[in-house]
Design a protein around this ligand. Structure first.
Ligand code: BEZ
Ligand code: FE
Length: 302
């Protein structure tokens, strides 16, 4: 006599065994005194068991998953954070950002932080050059920082960082350089301006287990060209975001960490060599680009 089965081909008796285990695991957290931790652990284990049962995970696959996570741990140190890369490439970082930065009026959208921020980047004056010797096409970037009522925010701190024309951040060189990063402050009218580099697409670090995972599933490690911003001002929600480059083919192909938002795609208007620059800087035979990024900060409590 055959046992009753469901559409999935799993017998009712087998389903009961599996469900009873989930119930026991979830109940094991019942006495957790921290209600938030209890909620997280019970939800996490429920979803984990759902996943294992949904794909009918084999023991060989479970072992591979353990080996993979072990490799992610082994390559991680104070300079290389493979767990964050894993979270980024699975879209978990962007989902956490979405949950925690809900749209507020016309506030500028947030995107992924990435692993290349340094908190001791030099200050530049308004109109200064953040490249500090990094190679690439010069780009003039200007804009305003306002609140959601359109009021200018004076003294907002703007951190900017980006890769060079070879797609590498300063910290990826082993010569201790600090380049293509800086911070500056808005003036009394909430305006800012600086020279940076026209962003180029580049791959996230893909010489480790996350790179292998991307290769195995036929995904590219390349990120759409972008320039990172972090903007802080008293009583405002800190904004971590990027601007992307209109026309970058990678925008069509896809960003490996799902960071692109349409509102963050900006025109980097190409200027032939010899075009006068906004601040009179002489660039000789060098072409350059210019763009505008007006930033709107949400209130801290939004
Ligand atoms: C970045 O934009 O710098 C980045 C973001 C996520 C993973 C790796 C790099
Ligand atoms: Fe980046």
């Amino acid at each position: 006599m055959t046992q009753a089965t469901t559409q999935t081909g799993i017998s009712a008796a087998q389903q009961e065994v599996e469900e009873e285990l989930v119930e026991r695991v979830v109940a094991s957290f019942d006495n957790c005194e921290n209600p938030r931790l209890k909620q997280i652990m019970q939800s996490l284990t429920t979803h984990l068991h759902d996943f294992i049962r949904d794909v009918r995970l084999t023991e060989e696959e479970w072992n591979k998953a353990i080996d993979f996570l072990t490799a992610v741990g082994h390559i991680t140190d104070d300079k290389r954070q493979e767990f964050v890369l894993l979270s980024d490439t699975l879209g978990a970082s962007m989902q956490t950002i979405a949950v925690n930065n809900q749209a507020y009026e016309d506030a500028t959208e947030a995107t992924v932080f990435g692993p290349f921020f340094l908190d001791d980047a030099p200050e530049v004056a308004l109109g200064g050059d953040i490249s500090f010797g990094a190679e690439g096409q010069p780009a003039w970037i200007e804009g305003t920082v306002t609140d959601t009522d359109g009021q200018p925010i004076a003294g907002a701190r703007i951190e900017v960082w980006e890769c060079d024309e070879d797609g590498l951040y300063d910290v990826q060189y082993d010569d201790g350089r600090m380049s293509a990063r800086a911070h500056l402050f808005t003036d009394e009218n909430g305006t800012y301006r600086f020279w940076g580099l026209t962003p180029v697409p580049y791959p996230i670090p893909h010489d480790g287990p996350v790179g292998k995972m991307l290769e195995a599933v036929g995904r590219s490690p390349v990120r759409a060209a972008h320039l990172h911003f972090m903007v802080t001002a008293p009583e405002k929600r800190t904004l971590v975001t990027h601007i992307f480059v209109e026309g970058d083919p990678q925008l069509e192909i896809g960003d490996s960490v799902f960071g692109v938002k349409d509102s963050l795609i900006k025109t980097f208007a190409q200027q032939p060599a010899g075009t006068p620059t906004p601040d009179g800087r002489e660039l000789g035979e060098q072409d350059w680009a210019k763009t505008r990024f007006d930033i709107v900060l949400a209130p801290a409590q939004a």
